[in-house]
Design a protein around this ligand. Sequence first.
Ligand code: CU
Ligand code: ZN
Length: 205
Amino acid sequence: MTRGRFLAASVAGFSSLSAAILASSLTSTSFASSSSPKSTAVVVLGPLPNDKNDSGVRGLVTFTQSKSGSSSQPVIVKASLSGLKPGKHGFHIHSLGDLSKGCASAGGHFNPIGSPHGGPSDSFDKRHVGDLGNVTADENGNVDVTFEDSLLTLQGELSIIGRSVVVHADEDDLGQGGHPDSLTTGHAGSRIACGVIGRGEDITA
Ligand code: CU
Ligand code: ZN
């Protein structure tokens, strides 16, 4: 409860219990509000300078996170991609935004607590924070998907801003494939597209 709310409630003659209930209902009202401030981040996927192996994959990925509340809010991920082989492709946050040697220099999967590789529905100790699973390209090679992730954040020390998004040639087995690299990279094959996660404008929507 904020001091201001407590004082306002006291002045209005509420008991401290009523004040607490009022304060929490005010808080949940502001959580539910559709006009809460949100942080955004944007990734443009396209050919890199001096890229001799342009895969032809292009796209835009946006991340949006409400700034309301003290605990971290889920991040909404929206990916629009083209130029892919139809089917599933590993889709991750890698730890670095260094694309000076193409997608190869983007580091490994963003993994701040040293977990094994997993899938997006695994708990935080059984997946990398960057493990967003797969995106599925339709028969024309396009992806248009929106999903939510509860481990990503755009705020604080563990923010994904300045890191990168990498799309892979093959399907991520989510750690379940039994290959030597299933528990590190999901056996997702080569890196066919990547982009740096840039800070976007704060929005109120
Ligand atoms: Cu990856
Ligand atoms: Zn991983």
